[in-house]
Design a protein. Structure first.
Lengths: 195, 161
């Protein structure tokens, strides 16, 4: 047994002595492709709505609230799923967010929000995290679909055009400053700017 | 208007009969009963197409001085509950500078004894109790409402003659 392990270690320690350089290069390449592909596939799997609402915390609270909003059902049938708004599309940002999400796994394991009451108690804090994130990245996830450059003010209602052509255009405000609670219910808004 | 009254009377009668009041509703033949439902009670009528909200952002004239102003815009998904009041995000006194929306009337800060409160009075909190958006809809019943200004004018004219 020990002999066998020793032999394996010898091969692993100096693979180029035992295998040809061509084999190692090619093997490394193939293994790399498989690993990378597998990693991204797994990552994408966690970026599905079905994965998000696999937890009852998400399905029974936020997902139910989403369903009556325009981001779920509307005249043209385009809809936003959870990751469209909550996970950055850019790869590096996505990985950073996924690492942060390990906290959410912790919360799931220890049942931080596993009842409606607990969720409601934590709603303000959770909402604030999302507001802060969207404020910090200039509402990037909104802008993935709602591109300011292609907004036609003449097709907007007067008050929308008024706000978008001034505060938003100047960069003084970003989407989330006004559009809070558009996909989920608002938490207790006492003391929140703009409420 | 007439049909409305009829329905109301019928409703009262039905309500009365619940309490075993000896009132008979059979005096009105069934084919004379007209409702907005426009279908027999055992048939599910096709619901009419949904009407569009008038989203002009232009103030509507009030039909009478005490009329709660019509909301001249869409309010889809506006949350008004114990946690948040989306309307007040624009119509609160402190928010009108930025939003340029009309401020809610000072009466909304008064309790029923006319004491001024620091915040929106609880009895005025739920905006849509009185204020509603206007649909781009046909009138379901004839409306013979006459603005009192017209009444006064007519009265003055009559006196002249």
């Amino acid at each position: 047994m020990l002999d066998k392990l020793k032999k394996i270690w010898q091969v692993l320690n100096r693979p180029s002595v035992h295998y040809s350089l061509g084999f190692l290069t090619l093997g490394g390449f193939v293994a790399g492709v498989i690993f990378w592909g597998g990693f991204n596939t797994a990552l994408e799997a966690t970026n599905q709505e079905a994965f998000c609402i696999g937890c009852h915390e998400m399905e029974n609270n936020v997902y139910q609230e989403l369903q009556s909003t325009i981001h779920f059902t509307n005249r043209s049938g385009v809809r936003a799923t959870c990751p469209d708004c909550h996970v950055p599309h850019n790869w590096t940002d996505k990985i950073a967010r996924k690492m942060q999400a390990s906290k959410e796994v912790w919360g799931k394991v220890f049942g931080t929000i596993n009842t409606r009451e607990k969720f409601e108690d934590k709603r303000r804090e959770l909402a604030e995290h999302e507001w802060d994130r969207l404020k910090a990245n200039d509402s990037l996830e909104c802008r993935n679909c709602h591109n300011f450059t292609y907004m036609d003010f003449t097709r907007q209602s007067p008050r929308a055009a008024q706000m978008h052509s001034t505060s938003l255009a100047s960069g003084e405000k970003t989407c989330i400053d006004c559009h809070k609670g558009i996909a989920h219910h608002l938490p207790d808004m006492k003391g929140v700017e703009g409420f | 208007m007439k049909t409305f009254k009829l329905v109301r009377v019928l409703g009262l009668l039905a309500f009365g009969s619940l309490f075993m009041v000896n009132v008979s509703a059979t005096s009105i033949p069934e084919d004379k009963i007209d409702t907005l439902r426009l279908a027999p009670i055992n048939i599910e009528p096709t619901s009419p197409a949904m009407q569009k909200v008038r989203n002009t952002d232009v103030k509507e004239v009030r039909s009478y001085p005490m009329q709660p102003p019509i909301i001249p815009h869409k309010i889809d998904g506006y949350q008004v509950d114990i946690k948040a009041n989306k309307c007040m995000a624009c119509h609160a006194r402190s928010r009108t500078g930025e939003s340029q929306a009309p401020m809610v009337s000072v009466t909304h800060y008064m309790d029923r004894d006319n004491n001024f409160l620091a915040e929106l009075s609880p009895r005025r909190y739920f905006c849509t109790q009185c204020h509603v958006p206007q649909l781009d809809a046909k009138l379901l019943v004839e409306n013979d409402f006459v603005d009192m200004e017209h009444l006064i004018k007519a009265n003055v004219e009559q006196k002249k003659h």
